[in-house]
Design a protein around this ligand. Structure first.
Ligand code: PLP
Length: 404
């Protein structure tokens, strides 16, 4: 697909906000949805809605088929060996909690250690804190440099025989840093530790292949990937998923229920208790197809160009009060910044007054903000539909804000 025509697929982009054309630079929080996704959801409720997996009627078999097609498409999208290794969840947060509960509560013991990095989203910190508290295990933190790169020497020192899991964000949502996860996985495996990658910000920006990466778990969020909210997935290696306890209990996850004893279903159903978010899972396929059709490398090149253009623009004298936060050498198109003498929240409001949507605050990474000695940033984050012209307009507005 031509990048020029991409914007026409996103109806929401064609509106004015506060009297100016909308410039949506809040894609790390959630991406906008192409018409293909909106129509898939609409079609599902108009023509196919039925509960899946159980009934024998046509609508039910159709919705089951579409639901399972998404699983297959997702498996292909991430290079998973089999669709059954992809479990549908509400999103990355639930996927991490699933591993903490279903794997962690069974396999983590007193004295074990779990490593996370300084730049984790709260969803990849708090579940491990709760687990460590319950199990008398220890949570250790990989430090980072001021520019937002993991201190790999420190990582090798922290990694040891007690390490059972490294839970690490692939791409930082606050800084844009792409972490050296391949190296982390290889080192962790040598120590016999598993690795969970938080893929929330990775999948929309570049090609991901779980088998090449050899990660043990990967967490996936549909709404960061041009799909609906309330849907995500957990990829896990088959033998790990099979060894894990069920996560939630109820319908669908059982094989046979007796008052004396219940046996559990195969993966992935063992982890999918209750009626799932069927319509949104089905529409998620349209998002994955859209990204694949557009082409990951085209998207990555375009977003790199956008980031370079922004950074080049910010070098000008009129932006001397702008301080960039997150300047790692390997980054996706996410840039945090502050302006001397101005509160990040006020900057966000001033940008919004000119139609520019950005995110301000701690980005659910309070420990990272604490490490940097700040309480928040302004963050712009680009997606495939953003343009050089939008960045020029953003810089124009920012220049006036800096001059105030
Ligand atoms: N991890 C990272 C790096 C994120 O950016 C986010 C969302 O902002 C999450 C986890 C949580 O993802 P979800 O909204 O799918 O639960």
């Amino acid at each position: 697909m031509e990048l020029q025509s991409i914007r026409s697929h996103f109806p929401i982009l064609h509106q004015e906000v506060n009297g100016a054309p909308l410039i949506y630079f809040d894609n790390a929080a959630t991406t906008q949805k192409p018409i293909e996704v909106i129509e898939a959801l609409d079609k599902y409720y108009r023509t196919d809605n039925a509960n899946i997996h159980r009934a024998a009627h046509s609508l039910a078999s159709r919705s089951t088929e579409y639901f399972e097609q998404t699983r297959k498409t997702l498996a292909d999208f991430i290079g998973a060996p089999e669709a059954e290794t992809c479990i549908f969840t509400k999103g990355v947060t639930e996927s991490i909690n699933l591993v903490a509960q279903a794997w962690g509560r069974k396999f983590i013991q007193a004295g074990d250690e779990i490593l996370v990095s300084t730049m984790e989203h709260h969803s990849n910190i708090v579940p491990w804190q709760l687990l460590c508290e319950e199990k008398s295990a220890t949570l250790k933190v990989i430090p980072m440099s001021d520019s937002g790169e993991l201190d790999m020497d420190a990582f090798y020192q922290l990694l040891g025989p007690k390490t059972k899991l490294v839970a690490c964000v692939w791409v930082s949502n606050a800084l844009g840093t792409i972490n050296p996860v391949k190296e982390i996985i290889e080192a962790a495996h040598k120590q016999g530790a598993l690795v969970l990658l938080d893929g929330a910000q990775a999948l929309s920006h570049f090609e991901v292949n779980v088998q090449e990466m050899d990660c043990d778990f990967l967490t996936i969020s549909s709404h960061k990937l041009y799909g609906p909210t309330g849907v995500g997935a957990l990829y896990g290696k088959r033998h790990l998923l099979e060894a894990m306890n069920p996560y939630q209990a109820g319908g669908e996850m059982i094989k046979e229920v007796r008052f004396e004893k219940t046996t559990f279903n195969e993966i992935p159903y063992k982890f999918e208790a209750g009626t799932p978010n069927i319509g949104d899972v089905i529409a998620f396929k349209a998002a994955l197809d859209f990204v694949t059709k557009t082409g990951k490398s085209l998207i990555a090149d375009h977003e790199d160009r956008l980031l370079s253009h922004l950074l080049e623009g910010l070098k000008k004298e009129e932006f001397h009060k702008v301080k960039l936060i997150g300047t790692a050498s390997k980054k996706v198109s996410v840039q945090s910044f502050l302006i001397e003498g101005k509160h990040h929240f006020d900057i966000g409001m001033m940008l919004d007054a000119r139609g520019v949507a950005v995110r301000t605050g701690h980005h659910c990474t309070q420990p990272l903000m604490h490490r940097l000695g700040i309480d928040g940033t302004v963050r712009v984050s680009f997606a495939m539909y953003n343009t050089i012209e939008e960045i020029d307009q953003f810089l124009h507005v920012l220049k006036r804000i800096c001059a105030r």
